[in-house]
Design a protein around this ligand. Sequence first.
Ligand code: DC
Length: 219
Amino acid sequence: MNNRLVITIDGPSAAGKGCLARNLALFLDFSILDSGALYRAFAYFHNQGLNNKEIESSIEKLMFIPEKDDTKIFYEDTDITSSIRNEEIAKVASELSALSDTRKSLIDIQRNFMRSNNLVADGRDMGTVVFPEAELKIFLVASAEVRAKRRYLELQNRGQEVNMRDLIADIEARDMKDKTRTLSPLIPAEESIIIDSSTMSLDEVLSFTKKLAKKELNK
Ligand code: DC
């Protein structure tokens, strides 16, 4: 049996990576790295006027608590989840994540998550750049229409009115930006298993992924 296992889940926005990563980590009792949350936290501390060194030490103090419906993020006993999961922070995170200084600041912090723990890590470059040695790499995709529909329902549940056509256009524009950026572009790692969740439920994706993880654990 392996002593330690790293599972990476990469893919475009709104493909369901966070939900899959959280449920898989809870099922396997693994630690979780939501790397998007680190980029969001980077933007949050940047907005507070901190420089990159100060941001790094603040991010090192973050705690991630996976729950069934969300991963809660705490900074020094304060729950900052809703302060980083909003559109304003998403925009700043998107800009800052394209800069090499930002990515350099976060690389060691991300790698430290696997020091002594089994880990499920989700993001854009987990399997390609941050954990190239990961034993199991998943690349989760879904059509832009399906992802827009999921996001639509999610925003509607939160009481926000959105237009489906705008959502599809936003998602396609972000895909293009993620795939064509110079640093850590969104591409599947060579050995990754590509799962198209367009016609699959979360439970179906989860049970398929659990089987893959169990196989790895029993090697
Ligand atoms: O997955 P998310 O929406 O929480 O990610 C927030 C931002 O961070 C998004 O603009 C993409 C970026 N990101 C990244 O560049 N690399 C990662 N590994 C994870 C997220």
